[in-house]
Write a protein that binds this ligand. Sequence first.
Ligand SMILES: [Fe+2]
Length: 181
Amino acid sequence: MTPETFIAECRDCIASGGGPADIAALVRAALVSQRDDPAWQGRDEFLYRSAALLIVNVTLPPHGATPVHDHGMWAVVGVSSGCELDRFYVRGRDGGLDVVEDITVPAGTAIAMDADAIHAIFNPLPIEMRGIHVCGGDMVSAPRNMWHPQTGDMLPYDGKVFEEWCEALTRAARPAQAPAC
Ligand SMILES: [Fe+2]
C-alpha cells in the first residue's frame, strides 16, 4: 500500500463518518507497507494535513522521549518498527498529574486514544522507532497543552520549547556511553 492509497482510505473513512477505531484498523493494515514498501521511504513528516485529519510519518530516535502533552482531539498511534511506550496521565485533585497506565505499542500494532488523553512517549529500545500517527483534526494549529518536565506546570503547547524538552529528555534517557579509547 502506498502512502497515497493510505491517505485516500483515511480521507474516505472520515468523510463517511468514521472515527478513531476505524482509523486504527486502517493504520494496522498499513504498518507493514510503511516498514517494507520503498514508496514510504524519504517521505515528509506530515503525509497529509487538513482541518479534519492529520497523518504523520513518525520516527522516534533510540531512547527518544517526549514531555507530557495532550492533543485536543482523538489520535491513533501505530508502530511499524521498534517499539513505543505510552504513559497515560489524568489531572489529579491537587492540579498535578497522576499516572494511570503504561501501554507498550509493539511493532505491527496500533492504539486509539480519546480527545482528553494526556500522555508522554518513550522509545525504550536502542533502535529508531517508526510508525504512523493519525489525529482527528489539524493538531499542528490546535490549542493544546504540554507539561513542564521538571515543575509539572501545565503550559500552552509551544512547538519550539517542546522540541527542546524532547532533546533534553532523550539525552537524559540514553544509557551512559563508555568513553572512546
Ligand atoms: Fe502525543
